[in-house]
Structure formats: structure tokens, C-alpha cells
Design a protein around this ligand. Sequence first.
Ligand code: NAX
Ligand code: K
Length: 587
Amino acid sequence: MISGTEILTAAQMRAMESAAIASGAVTGLELMERAGGAVAGHIRLRWPKPGRVTVLCGPGNNGGDGYVIARALWQAGWRVRVLGLDNTAGPDATEMRRRWREIGAVLPLTEDELRCPGESSDVYVDAIFGTGLTRPPEGAIARILAYLGGSGGDWGFFRDRLVAVDCPSGMCLDSGAFLGTRRGPGEYDLRARMTVAFDSPKPGHLLERGPDCCGELVIADIGLRDWRCRAPGGRGGWRSQRPASLTAIWPDFGIADPRRSDGDDRRKAAWLSKRDDPGGHKFGHGHALILAGGAGQGGAARLAARAALRVGAGLVTLCPPAPALTEHAGAPDALMRRAVDDTGALRALLEDRRITALCLGPGAGVGRAAALLPGVLSSRRPCVLDADALTALAADPGLMGGLHPGCVLTPHRGEFARLFPDLDARLSGPQPPAPDLDPRDMARFMPDLVAYRAALSEMRGPAYSRLDAARDAATRSGAVILLKGPDTVIAEPAPRVLPDGPAIPGRAIIHSAFDVPWLATAGSGDVLAGIITGLLARGLPPLDAAATGAGLHAAAARRFGPGLIADDLPEEIPGLFRDMERITAAP
Ligand SMILES: NC(=O)C1=CN([C@@H]2O[C@H](COP(=O)(O)OP(=O)(O)OC[C@H]3O[C@@H](n4cnc5c(N)ncnc54)[C@H](O)[C@@H]3O)[C@@H](O)[C@H]2O)[C@@H](O)CC1
Ligand SMILES: [K+]
């Protein structure tokens, strides 16, 4: 049910590049030529008239791409100025620098040179650091990056004309954080007009500062697709389709991502709208219980219940304590109501095996949530735990032991901090040291499937990311974690065991919704909990329900537009289903 774009971490990208080169099918120089050529092509698309360009080349292969871009733009008639370092790491970047030197000079990569009067350019290419960044930039390079970020008082000037190669330099591609600065927006963060990255998005393009600082994100194909789709197969060479462990759902790629099969999207749309089940029965689409709070607290649970109905649960029952029943008498009439006063009443109700999912938290009250949690968890039924249920869970760590893989926890950052304070502290605290793994080691691991997988699962970027935090929380709790935000991360708990190999980390999805800031409104989270509960009731596995729910939730907000209140979200769902069917209809 998940469809999206595969994401690769920086380590996976390096491993794939090493594997492609080791296979003999392509050389590092050819990959660099393709990468630089792609960036130059995108620059020429946006600035069709050749102008003046300054290319800033760093010490590694990102800089090597820069020398290729300089040469390609010069050949296209641009006036090119290159600022670079004397020392380039690696033979490919050194060779590309040499080829550029046959055409033009390499000026020192300093702030003075960049600010040289009379040398203003139409385009500035940031090819200083890419996936190889391991520590905060310092000295002259840090000053250049701050100047490009606006320390010279001219923020808008560079924002309009900066093209980043792979990422804005200084940003960690695994986390979206700028190394060496406090997490969150920084005064002189480098913001590009366009970022051209290679093969696949990286987590940092979608998390934290990434979406704002990358500007328009373009993913250029550099011919590595075959290595993305295959897994290293031990001594026998390459074999088997490697299932994506990390996926992105984001508006720009949305349903039009050419890598996705139209058939999958069509099946998904038909399942959501129930058109694939013409003889269906209401119990065939599940029965969701939404546990509501006491008198005066019912609005949140009603929002969740309405969303569960709209997303297609066959039946939805709202369960407040008896004294609050009358409060829920209004619309929608499709909703059933049943009093649940305590755990005993809940257990009795759950004797009905046709109840296929539960939701506890929205408007429940912390005391009631704490009282009902043991009954919800011991039923082993798929469930969404949100809001007050998360607070109750954090207050009684003993309850954590009852979590199971059918649970979806939907914390925002504050709730996450209460549940997993140590992981939250790592997210905001000092950054851990860089991983001490050389790309050449990755190549060395290639023949050994076990070591390769272990290395990948051990690899973390230089900054602890929201992705790391959600995955660690899922592993620790044994439940699916949906860490809310404009960059929602969803992670599944149990390591998957592939038929041909050892455990690898559970799947994760980054759901990007930076384009719908109006989704941050009261009750929006209650609707999300209801959508996911409805999908669980219909039988979607928890990770799929959470990811599809997050996608529908943001798409509903996008469809409605600004001025949205939470009540509007469920009402957009029927239109969304129609849109999905129309877009995915066979030509
Ligand atoms: N992986 C791939 O498949 C491809 C990578 N290419 C390019 O290669 C880039 C990665 O190249 P590299 O691995 O050489 O790394 P970078 O060019 O990103 O970084 C260069 C070097 O800087 C050093 N460094 C890291 N942090 C530093 C800091 N704060 N101050 C000073 N030096 C620091 C590192 O030792 C690293 O070797 C990608 O971003 C991309 O632009 C492309 O050429 C083609 C394909
Ligand atoms: K860069």
C-alpha cells in the first residue's frame, strides 16, 4: 500500500556508487561527468541565456562535480569563474580540476575572492561539500558559507541565484541539520534557489532545514538505477530485488513519480474507494472503536470518529463514559454510540471479534486513558494511541511493555520527549562524532552480504536525525512510531528478516508536508488518529495505515487550502478518493 520514492542515506549512496564502479560497468569519472553535466543542464534550463557564473569547488568529489559544471557551462558560452582549493581528495576530482585548468584559472576559495568588486555573477554554484560532510565547516570555508547565507547583509541576492550540488554545503544529508549550529533555523543558513541531487533524495533533503534550504529539489538520474534495485548477493554476484527500507512521500513527487508503477497507484485508489470490492459487506471494511472522554471533552473523539467513517471503516462506534453519551447525540447519524465506563466494559465489548481497531487518546483525559490502556493493549487489536494515551503511557513506563506491533503511536515532538527523553535529548543535543567508516570500506564489505547489511544498519550520519529517533523509538517500544511534524517520520519496529539474509532495520517513511502550514490547527491530530484507525480497521498493516493516513491527511489539507479547520479535513476525503481514481485511471 505504501507508494513513494525510495530514499537513500549518504552511506547507501556511497555503497551503491562503489558497487557500480567495482562492477566495471562505469567509472567514477563517468559518474562525475554525468552528475556535473546534469547540474549544468538544469542551470541552462532555468537561465537559458548564457551569463556569468561563479563555481565554488570544495576538497572532494562534490568539488569535482563543480569542475565539470564549470567546463560544461563554459562550453555553452557562459563566463565562468572558479574558486577552489589547491588540494583535492581523490583521483576523479583531481582529474576534473586538471581538465578545467586547461580552460581557465582556479582562484582561491576565500571570502575576499568571492566578494571581489565587479565580479558579481548571475549564478553561484555551491560545490563545496556534499555527502562527504563529516564535521562542521571551519575557518575560511565557514566564513564563505556564512557570507552566502547572508552574513554580508545580502541574503536575498544569493537565495535567488545559488545552485547547490547535492545539498547546501554544511547541511548533513542524513538529518537536514546544519552541523555545528543549534538545531532549528540559523541566522546564516545557506539557502539555495535550486538543489540538484543524484539518483535519489536523501533524508536531509526532506527533514528539518532541508526543504527550506534546498529550494527547488531536482533529482538527476546518473544511471545508477540498476544498482539501486539490486542487492549484493554474496559470491554469486548480484541478485534479487532489494525492498526499499526508506521511502519518501512528498508533494512534488506525489502520484507522478515515474519510478512508481501506475498499477500500484490504481490498486491503491480502487481499494480506498472500495471500487475493487463490488459485492462488499460493511463488516468486510472493519469496525473501529473510538474511545471518547467524559462530558465536555467529546469534540476530539468525534473528529476522529468522523474521519474513520470517511476513510471507509464499515462501522464506527464512539465510546464515551455513560454520563457523556447524550453529548454525542448529534451528527453524523452514521456513527454508533456505546457507553464504556471502565476496562471491564471495554473487555466485554471487545469479545466481539468483528471490532478490528481501536483509538485511544483524543479528548480521552489522562486518567481515563491510563485506566483503559491495559484493556486496549491486552486485546492485541490494532490501535492508535494518541494525545492523552501517550501522556498516560509516558507516566507509567510499565505500560510500555504491553505495546505490540499492531500499535501506532502518533506523538508530536513534545509527546515524543516525554516518552523517549533520551532520544529527544540526542535530537537537540550536541552532535555525535562522525562515523569512522571510509567509503572504501563499504566496497570491501560488498562481497559479504552479512557484513554489508550490518554496516548499513550501523551507519548513521554525523548528526542524529528524526529518522534515527523514530527508528530507535520503534525498536525500543515494539510499536509503529509516527513522529509528527511538517517532516513526519514513520518507522516500524521489528527488524525484518529477508528470506535470504539476516535482520535489517524496519522500514521507515518520511512524509513531507512543508507546503501545507495551515494543517497545524486545533484538532488536526485527532483527525489523523481517526484516519489511521479507520485504515487499520479496514485491515491495512500498521505501517501502511500510518503512512497512507499521513498522506491522506496532508492531501486533504492541500485540497482545502488556507483557512482550514480540522472539521474540514474529513469532508475532503471523498473528493480525494475521486481525484486519486481520476489521476490513476488507465488512459
Ligand atoms: N556517491 C555517488 O554516487 C556520487 C557522488 N558524487 C559527488 O560526490 C560527493 C561526495 O564526495 P566526497 O565523498 O568526496 O565528499 P564531499 O565532496 O562532500 O566532501 C569532501 C571531503 O571533505 C572532507 N570534509 C568533510 N567535512 C569537512 C569539513 N567540515 N571541513 C573540511 N573538510 C571536510 C571529507 O573528508 C570529504 O572527503 C557527492 O555529494 C556528489 O556531489 C558525484 O560525483 C557522482 C556520484
Ligand atoms: K554542495
